[in-house]
Structures are given as structure tokens and as C-alpha cells.
Design a protein around this ligand. Structure first.
Ligand code: BDP
Length: 697
């Protein structure tokens, strides 16, 4: 309708594009107009869009292959899309739609999609595209769908300047930034426009466009760079995506020339208020700020004897009049700690800092919590902070960029990891999983109750200016699965992978789908099996920026990530009884489960316990034999992927085939290095031979 705004215009564009590709027709009805042969549709004061069935079925394919021959529209098969203001009245009563929600129903050859607002309609339309023919089957059941998380965000760790060691994108493995080039926001932002459309199609509705480690050049985006940020926001807006900036807590000093950034100082408060006013004068729907404070060298409130509620609320009060939100990160720990003092266990830090602050954060603060207590490892227990702050809006933070999972050189499909995180029943009463805790829903799904605080799901993006967007073409599946799981954490991650395969390789030979499942379904577990064992974490090479093995790489440094391997055993004692006490930060039953060797799951054993190499796992094998076997078996698996992928030559795009083949060669090399280093290291430490008789180098 007239109020549908830029997202409404996108919906019209999307449908027009699809219909045009198939010779179909598009009718846009003004409020009050009635579609002659769709008398059954009640229009209210709405926009109705009509497209052909074939158009919707094939529009995903059309994006890939616009030259495909147009197909005639199927008679009497229409797609009717309706954007409402949430107050649509159906024959059986009010639908009560929230803005991002949509309803889809099929009757008499017509599929009807009703969105709670233009964004809901956009999501409903993309859903029809994903479903293709299935959305039009006579047996298609009516669907009412809504995202579980109100905010579904991607954080870009992009810098304007190119860092001599990190490159332009911190922990980015897909080339330079799509936003910045030559020391400023790019002149040509067409890549960002495509990215915005991609994100809208998977339900992402928030993007922070600069690194959480805010260097001086990027800090200026908040002031001198605003006009450029507005250009980016203009491209995201039509796809329902709001733009955020990472800001430095020291901005009043660095940008404003004030002598302090103390939250209690009235000049500091006034500086932030004025900064926010300027932002909203330029970008009226600006999302807000993302803040990394007092962490790994970033400035923060501790310097002034203030706590993190003081710090977050300072920024929140500046944003408040404009409807903005602060995403304040809980990734706060002392990276120069003394590892001999067990009370400084890095795993404890976020809880120790933040749990006591529950209830002190303003309404427009969301606390952004990494899914595990350490740092995006391949396997970690779920952060206990997520269960400890019922009066705080929480967001869980995932890492789509493969910093610790193979730098987008290794196939590592992370959907199964995120699915486990989001559906983990963390709360004491076991009725609330992580998705429920961050979305404010009393159970897993339902209608937001309004009285429980809601945050969302966030993740570090894996996209760069690489030809395939993500370096490894198969890493695109991670971006896709992230968006879809943030929408619906209960979705089957392998089903989502299957969806991605279908949309990415439309009409491909069935062997493509089969082979991709062979390579990708279990690839996270395969990666885990040749890298750090049983939840102990790290063992990555600091010199190669967390790529490849270096068992003792961090063992004697102050970063707080240790495995404590000696001649007798390995693992970190984090029990209450004899260790760092970290296990005590969990609600029951997890506290007891992790505390007790008898109930601690194998995959997290070395995160919670220091055990002898001869300790027998629940799986029946000893710790040392598990290390030997799984590393060797995993390399066999990766080796088998090379010929499997090779057989697809000619069945997928040649360049894509070559890129994946090249990356697989590197994965085999790297996995072999992991296998050999770990098997040798633990043989020499323990002196226990490999019972399988396989050689140790
Ligand atoms: C670590 C990364 C570092 C990030 C940090 C963070 O190594 O580059 O700055 O996370 O989340 O994993 O702030």
C-alpha cells in the first residue's frame, strides 16, 4: 500500500522480475481495487500482487540462468501476495500478524501469501521461491511462519584500511571488503546491493558494517563518514535490513577531543547524544551501535572505575530518543592474565563480569554473548551467561567466518553446530533452549509474550569481494544456513543444506546433490576429528593466524587457552571440587552433568576435566586411543572427497569446480599435518603406543 515503503517496492520488483522472466503478467492493485477472478481474497486496504505459478517456481533458477526459455503461465495458478498493517481480518477471525510474519495458503489454484507488513510479505515471497512447485500443490498445507529471533544480525569485521597482517577483513577469508576500497566507502556499491538482496532472502534484518576492533579510520564513520554510511544503508533498507556501526568507547576522546570518556561525565553524555542526533539526521532508520569494550585492548568503562552497565547505558541513552539499540558484547576477559592463578580461568570471565549486572541494563541494550565461554572454538559448552541473566535482553553470537574452522579452505558446514547451540536446553527448567532465551519466547516457538526480554541472533559474516563471495564456494552454505537457523532454530540443518544445494545448483545432475551431501553433511565433525580433541580447544597456530596445528602454540602465553598436557594426562579441570569452578556457573542439571566425570559428555571431557591418557571414554575407548584413531580416520575421509568431487567435473560450473578442487587439495594437506602433529605429540608425551599399529612419525 502507500505505506509499504522501500521494502514494498522491493516486493513489487521481485515479483515483476520473476514474472517478466517467464512471460507472466503482474497486476498491482491499489487499495480498494478488486481482482476480478480472485473474489475469494479479501483485500482490506491492501496491495495485491499477482504472479504466475511458473514464475514463482522457477524464479530461483531464473536468477542463475536468466537465458532459460520462458515458460507459459499455468492457467488459474496465481500467487497473491498481501501486505497488511497486521490487522487483516480473515473469515475465521483476526490473523494477528506481527510485521515479519507471513501466512501462506493454497486454494482453488491460488496461493495466497499474507505478510504482517512489507517485510513479512518479502519473507513470504522468498519462501514461495524456495518452495517452488510445492507452494502450489493442492495438498500444500496452510503455513503461518514467523522468525524466532527478532533481530537476525551479521557483523562485518571489515576495516577501511588494509591491515598489514590481518588484511582488510579481520579473520576474513574471502578477499577484501565489499564495502570499502581505496581508503573509503566504495564508489561502486553494486556488490552491496546484491548482498542486501541475498540477506533479505534469508531473513537477515541487521548488519554492522565495520570491525568491532575500531581503529582510528573506521571510528570516523560515526562522524565524517556518515554520508557514506547512508549510501550503504540506502541499499540495505529495501530488503528490510537496518545498518549498524561498531563504535569505539573512546570516541569522545578520539573524535571529540574531550579529555575523558567517563560515562558519568556530562560532557561525555552530551557528546554521545549529539553524535546520535547527527546519525539519525542522516539515517533515520539507523539500527544502533555494536560495542567491544575492555576486551583485547579496546577501551572501555573500566578505565574510569565504571562497570559495563554504566558503559552500555551511556550509549543507550544517546540512541533512545531515536529508537536505536546498543549491542554490547560480553566477550570481556583479561588477555594478559596469569595462567597459574586458577581464578582467572578465561572461561569464567564473561559470567563473572556480567551476571551480577542482570537487571541494570537499559531497555535498548542487548548483551551479545558468544555461544561458548572461550572463543568460537569447534566445540565448546554453551555459555552459561545465556541462562544467568533473565532480566537482560540477550543475543547469542556465532561465527560464520571460519576463523577456527579452516579459514574457508576446509569444507566445514557449520549448520549442525549452530543447530545444537540454538536448541540446547540451557535453562534450569529445561523448557527454554538458547533460541528461547534470546528471543524472549517462553517456549521454543510461539507469540512473543512481550514481558520477556528479547535480543536476537548475531554472527560474524564470512563474505568478501571474492568472485564466489566466500572464498570456498561451499562456505556459501554457512551463510545461508545461518540466516535460515536464525529464523527457525528448529530447522533440520541437513535439510537447509539440501535447500541451499537446490537453489545454488538448479537443475543439476542428481550426482551433484549426492556428492555435496557426502562432503558436507558431517564435515564439521570430520574437521573436529582431525583438530583439537574432546573439547580441549585451540592448538591452532598463532603464527598462521589460527590456521593449522601448533599444539603448544598458546600453551605458555597469557591468552588463557590451555590444554595442560603432560606425560600423564590432558585437559582443564574446571570443576567446582578441584578446578577453576567454572562448572558451577551452570544451572542444574548442567552443573552436575559437567562436574561429574561419569556424566560429562565425551566431546566436552577435556574442557571440564584433566584426565589420564588411559581414561576410558563413554565410547569405550581410551582418551589416547581416541586421539590416535579419530585423527587417522578423519584424514581418510577427507582424502575420499577428492575423487568424489573430481567426478563432478563438467556437471557444475568449471571455475567453481576448479576452486573447490584446489581447496580440497589444501584441506588434505592441512588435515594430514594436523593428524601427524597430534599423533606424534601425544605419543611422545604419553609413551603409549597406538594399539591400531598405524605408523606414528
Ligand atoms: C577472536 C578473534 C579476534 C576478534 C575477537 C572478537 O581472533 O580477531 O577480535 O575474536 O570477537 O576470535 O572480538
Amino acid at each position: 500500500g502507500p505505506d509499504a515503503g522501500p521494502v514494498g517496492a522491493t516486493v513489487v520488483d521481485e515479483v515483476r522480475r520473476a514474472t517478466a522472466a517467464h512471460g507472466g503478467s503482474l497486476t498491482v492493485l491499489a487499495p480498494g481495487e478488486v481482482l476480478p477472478d480472485a473474489a475469494s481474497v479479501r483485500s482490506h486496504d491492501l496491495v495485491l500482487l499477482v504472479a504466475s505459478r511458473a514464475a514463482a517456481r522457477d524464479s530461483a533458477a531464473a536468477r542463475q540462468a536468466p537465458e532459460r526459455a520462458p515458460q507459459p503461465p499455468h492457467p488459474n495458478d496465481a500467487l497473491v501476495a498481501v501486505a497488511t498493517d497486521g490487522a487483516l481480518v480473515a473469515a475465521d477471525g483476526a490473523l494477528g500478524l506481527s510485521p515479519d510474519m507471513f501466512v501462506r495458503a493454497h486454494a482453488d489454484g491460488t496461493t495466497v501469501v499474507v505478510g504482517g507488513a512489507a517485510t513479512g510479505l518479502l519473507y513470504g515471497l522468498h519462501d514461495v521461491v524456495r518452495l517452488g512447485e510445492d507452494a502450489f500443490g493442492d495438498d500444500a498445507p496452510p503455513v503461518r511462519d514467523l522468525p524466532v529471533a527478532p533481530v537476525r544480525m551479521l557483523d562485518h569485521w571489515d576495516n577501511i584500511d588494509v591491515h598489514p597482517v590481518m588484511g582488510q577483513v579481520e579473520r576474513g577469508y574471502a578477499g577484501g571488503s565489499i564495502f570499502y576500497a581505496d581508503g573509503r566507502v566504495r564508489e561502486d556499491l553494486s556488490r552491496v546491493a546484491d548482498y542486501a538482496r541475498l540477506l533479505g532472502s534469508i531473513g537477515i534484518n541487521a548488519v554492522a558494517i565495520n570491525n568491532v576492533n575500531v581503529h582510528r579510520t573506521e571510528a570516523r564513520l560515526l562522524t565524517d563518514g556518515l554520508a557514506d554510511v547512508a549510501r550503504v544503508a540506502d541499499l540495505f533498507r529495501p530488503h528490510g535490513v537496518r545498518t549498524y556501526l561498531s563504535v569505539s568507547f573512546a570516541s569522545p576522546v578520539v573524535l571529540g577531543g574531550l579529555p575523558t570518556s567517563d560515562p558519568a561525565d556530562p560532557d561525555v553524555q552530551a557528546w554521545w547524544a549529539a553524535a546520535a542526533d547527527r546519525v539519525y539526521a542522516t539515517i533515520p532508520d539507523f539500527g544502533g551501535f555494536v560495542v567491544k569494550a575492555d576486551s583485547e585492548g579496546q577501551p572501555g568503562p573500566f578505565a574510569y572505575g565504571r562497570d559495563h552497565a554504566d558503559g552500555a547505558n551511556l550509549l543507550a541513552r544517546a540512541l533512545r530518543p531515536h529508537g536505536g539499540t546498543v549491542f554490547w558484547r560480553a566477550f570481556v576477559y583479561n588477555h594478559e592474565q596469569d595462567w597459574r592463578d586458577r581464578r582467572t580461568d578465561r572461561a569464567r570471565a564473561a559470567y563473572d563480569h556480567f551476571a551480577p549486572l542482570d537487571g541494570r541494563f537499559d531497555e535498548n541494550v542487548v548483551l551479545q554473548v558468544k555461544y561458548g565461554p572461550i572463543d568460537f572454538q569447534t566445540r565448546e559448552p554453551i555459555s552459561p551467561v545465556l541462562a544467568a541473566m533473565p532480566r537482560t535482553r540477550l543475543a547469542v553470537e556465532l561465527q560464520v567466518t571460519q576463523e577456527y574452522t579452516g579459514h574457508q579452505k576446509h569444507v566445514c558446514y557449520l549448520g549442525p553446530l549452530w543447530s545444537q547451540v540454538l536448541t540446547f536446553p540451557l535453562a534450569e527448567d529445561a523448557t527454554r533452549d538458547v533460541a528461547a532465551l534470546v528471543s524472549g519466547l517462553p517456549g521454543r516457538r510461539g507469540t512473543p509474550s512481550g514481558d520477556l526480554p528479547a535480543g536476537g541472533v548475531t554472527a560474524v559474516s564470512n563474505v568478501g569481494d571474492d568472485e564466489f563471495w566466500t572464498g570456498h564456494p561451499l562456505a556459501q552454505a554457512n551463510l545461508y544456513a545461518y540466516g535460515r537457523l536464525a529464523w527457525d532454530p528448529e530447522a533440520d540443518p541437513i535439510g537447509l543444506l539440501d535447500e541451499w544445494i537446490g537453489l545454488t545448483f538448479p537443475g543439476a545432475d542428481p550426482r551433484v546433490r549426492e556428492t555435496l551431501h557426502t562432503l558436507m553433511d558431517g564435515s564439521w565433525l570430520t574437521y573436529e576429528a582431525y583438530t583439537a580433541p574432546l573439547g580441549v580447544g585451540f592448538m591452532v597456530d598463532p603464527g598462521r593466524m589460527h590456521y593449522g596445528p601448533n599444539v603448544d602454540g598458546y600453551e605458555y602465553s597469557k591468552w588463557g587457552t590451555y590444554h595442560f598436557a603432560d606425560r600423564d594426562g590432558i585437559g582443564v579441570d574446571r570443576t567446582v571440587a578441584t578446578g577453576t569452578g567454572y562448572a558451577g556457573q551452570y544451572p542444574s542439571p548442567w552443573r552436575e552433568t559437567y562436574e561429574d566425570l561419569a556424566t560429562c559428555p565425551d566431546e566436552l571431557l577435556l574442557f571440564f576435566h584433566h584426565v589420564p591418557y588411559t581414561h576410558v571414554l563413554h565410547s569405550g575407548t581410551t582418551v589416547i586411543q581416541h586421539i590416535y584413531d579419530t585423527r587417522a580416520d578423519a584424514v581418510d575421509v577427507v582424502e575420499s572427497w577428492v575423487p568424489a568431487w573430481g567426478a563432478l567435473r563438467g556437471l557444475v560450473d568449471d571455475r567453481l569446480h576448479a576452486r573447490v578442487a584446489e581447496r580440497l587439495t589444501e584441506q588434505v594437506r592441512s588435515a594430514t599435518e594436523w593428524r601427524d602433529q597430534l599423533r606424534s605429540y601425544f605419543f611422545r608425551k604419553s609413551g603409549v603406543p597406538d594399539a591400531s599399529g598405524r605408523p606414528i612419525y
